[in-house]
Design a binder for this molecule. Sequence first.
Ligand SMILES: NC(=O)C1=CN([C@@H]2O[C@H](COP(=O)(O)OP(=O)(O)OC[C@H]3O[C@@H](n4cnc5c(N)ncnc54)[C@H](OP(=O)(O)O)[C@@H]3O)[C@@H](O)[C@H]2O)C=CC1
Ligand SMILES: Nc1nc(=O)c2c([nH]1)NC[C@@H]1CN(c3ccc(C(=O)N[C@@H](CCC(=O)O)C(=O)O)cc3)C=[N+]21
Length: 299
Amino acid sequence: MTTVIDGKQVAASVIDAVKAASQTLQDETGIKTGLAVVIVGNDPASHAYVSAKSRMAKECGFTSVQHTLPEETTQEELAALVQTLNEDESLHGILVQLPLPKHLKSEPIIQSILPEKDVDGLHVVNAGKVATGDLDGGLVSCTPAGAMVFVRRTHGEDLSGLNAVVIGRSNLFGKPMAQLLLAANATVTIAHSRTKDLPSVCRGADILVAAVGRPQMVKADWVKPGATVIDVGINRIAAPEKGEGKFRLVGDVAFAECAEVAEVITPVPGGVGPMTIAMLMANTVIAAYRKAGKKAPKF
Ligand SMILES: NC(=O)C1=CN([C@@H]2O[C@H](COP(=O)(O)OP(=O)(O)OC[C@H]3O[C@@H](n4cnc5c(N)ncnc54)[C@H](OP(=O)(O)O)[C@@H]3O)[C@@H](O)[C@H]2O)C=CC1
Ligand SMILES: Nc1nc(=O)c2c([nH]1)NC[C@@H]1CN(c3ccc(C(=O)N[C@@H](CCC(=O)O)C(=O)O)cc3)C=[N+]21
């Protein structure tokens, strides 16, 4: 029987632990954990994610501030906002929702966030810690951290002897995911748009992770029988059966057919997505503990 991982349930257990940790911090030090989320422009999908993040931060007992900037915001204005948030002692985490509108450069903005407040784990200091195997000293990118929770629950802490294939090489997901798998002793392949014969590369994977942004690209005959398949993709496709102009969410994996071959698989929605938000909350409370000079909890 194939196991379909319930990401909402696993995320809820992380959120419970985050709530308890933020309450303990507040009881012991009077410090309330604070998260700032910045969004520029009008992309409706981005707005939906950002509202979900702000809502969850409140539910965790955090101070939650959301800055919604207009599409025409300049590089200097955005940089100035990040500076203000860096200096705000009541904020422990800063997240700038990506992608930014085309006229803005995201890299200098991300690198201007203080590493200790970079709850997305995108600052070179945090990315570098993951790359050098220091998984406890910095902040790990939320989506790969969440995907690793599923991998650990399925395979344990040590992935010795297992082949992992990550499709996608972004800084936000593919690269840190590959590094976390490597740190857990998996033998890791990173595939991307220039990879030759992707289906056969994927067929070698005991753990197959897809983060491409192409609806249902991974087919059943790409999956090794008994593999664990983690679907990171979030794609909106037309759903005329729901009515005209309606959409539904699908991953990068053709779920129904791959579920017949895989032993463990994550669905979309309800898989990696809810874990991303949970790990963002976890990173924020970790940042608050460190700022208070206390040993941060592990999630
Ligand atoms: N669930 C969640 O919480 C999150 C979900 N996502 C989702 O994950 C997906 C990927 O996100 P992200 O990493 O930011 O995306 P990017 O667009 O930054 O990266 C996509 C990667 O896929 C590769 N790729 C594109 N087309 C192909 C192809 N035909 N064959 C093989 N590889 C291909 C690209 O290769 P190349 O480098 O050669 O161009 C690139 O490395 C998206 O659907 C996104 O919405 C992202 C973050 C969080
Ligand atoms: N700086 C930055 N950090 C990010 O982590 C980041 C980002 N920018 N930009 C966009 C991607 C995407 N992302 C998602 C988070 C949650 C869900 C999520 O909760 N999805 C639900 C469904 C939500 C729905 O119904 O629309 C699910 O999969 O069940 C999805 C996608 C974070 N990202």
